[in-house]
Design a protein around this ligand. Structure first.
Ligand SMILES: [Zn+2]
Length: 346
């Protein structure tokens, strides 16, 4: 349950109360996969949040939950709350609420995950708040509500680089039972940790992320202003990152700015002629074929089934075996899209 701070009540509005504008909420309901994709793409402005709190709604219960109607009811409830600011002025209506409601029908987005919300009095700065729909004082969460909760906690901890062992319960900072007396960290945390392990096993970090992380861990990457011309050009060219500050250089009497960037080259350990840059790999470019061209086979090969269209017709005076073999090499390469030599044995 979201907090009702001790200096807050829901009594009738009095004339000296400052009415806050309506709360902005997202209101979308997502499947686990949609929520994962959403969080993966979310850019959190600094400073990034450093704690995630788990709550239960207590009311509405799972049985009472009516999807979007319940979301709007929560919004209306928060907009009626009174609170007192640092100067002693009373306001009606919170500016934000919890970030997520995990219910049986999906993961509901409430307050913007990129920014602080309201979930635990005195602990709203730098924290995010997930509400499990239901009352878990006497029973454990289960079914879709629990699956949605585990996935949402898992992907948020991954995305924010937070340790699930440090999950917060509302009752850590409140007299409330929230997220319900039946719910214990020793029951929650291993399940989310297992979800995180499975996610990491099936969603390895992208090659770019792994290479960039390696370079950063060596202290070799220099932070850049993403709006700077050279930094943008480096990103557009698929370079891994800047490894020097900008440097003024005179070229033919004209002032220029130079900067060094890292580019990664990658090669399979057993095919040393298949070197590609990181950008080429990301674009699906095939490695260049280097080295000698495949030798012509000494034995005649079969005729191609149909003449190739992307090559000039074979010289009619040339022996059929030669033309046919060359054509079949070309066709194999074009069809398979695979690099390297193509066998002409059939
Ligand atoms: Zn709570």
């Amino acid at each position: 349950m979201p907090p009702l701070p001790s200096d807050v009540s829901t009594r009738e509005t009095t004339p000296d109360v400052i009415k806050e504008p309506p709360m902005e909420i997202d209101g979308r309901c997502m499947t686990i996969d949609q929520f994962i994709a959403y969080v993966e793409a979310l850019e959190f402005p600094p400073p990034a949040p450093d704690r995630i709190f788990l709550h239960h709604t207590w009311k509405p219960t799972r049985e009472d939950w009516r999807g979007y109607s319940s979301i709007l009811a929560m919004k209306a409830y928060y907009e009626k709350q009174l609170w007192v600011d640092e100067e002693g002025h009373t306001h009606e209506g919170w500016n934000a609420g919890p970030h997520i409601f995990a219910a049986d029908d999906g993961i509901w987005l409430f307050s913007d995950l990129r920014y602080d919300g309201v979930g635990a009095k005195g602990h709203n700065t730098g924290s995010r708040h997930l509400e499990m729909v239901g009352d878990y004082d006497n029973t454990l969460p289960s079914g879709a509500t629990w699956a949605n909760t585990v996935a949402a906690l898992g992907i948020l901890h991954i995305r924010l680089g937070l340790d699930i062992q440090h999950l917060w319960f509302h009752r850590d900072v409140s007299y409330k039972s929230c997220p319900g007396w039946a719910v214990q960290k020793s029951w929650v945390i291993p399940q989310v940790a297992a979800w995180i392990d499975e996610y990491r096993r099936t969603h390895p970090a992208s090659l770019r992320a792994r290479l960039t992380e390696h370079l950063a861990s060596q202290g070799l990457l220099v932070p850049t202003n993403p709006d700077a011309a050279l930094a943008q050009a480096g990103a557009n060219r698929g370079l891994v990152g800047a490894i020097s500050d900008e440097l003024r250089v005179d070229i033919d009497g004209e002032p220029h700015v130079a900067q060094f960037f890292a580019e990664a080259l990658v090669v399979p350990e057993d095919r040393w002629n298949e070197v590609r840059s990181l950008r080429e790999i990301e674009q699906g470019d095939q490695p260049p074929i280097v080295g000698p061209h495949p030798p012509k086979p000494s034995k005649p090969g079969p005729e191609p089934l149909e003449p190739p269209t992307d090559e000039e017709p074979a010289d009619p005076d040339e022996p059929a075996s030669s033309g046919g073999t060359r054509s079949s090499i070309t066709r194999h390469k074009a069809e398979s899209g695979r690099p390297g030599y193509v066998s002409v044995e059939e």
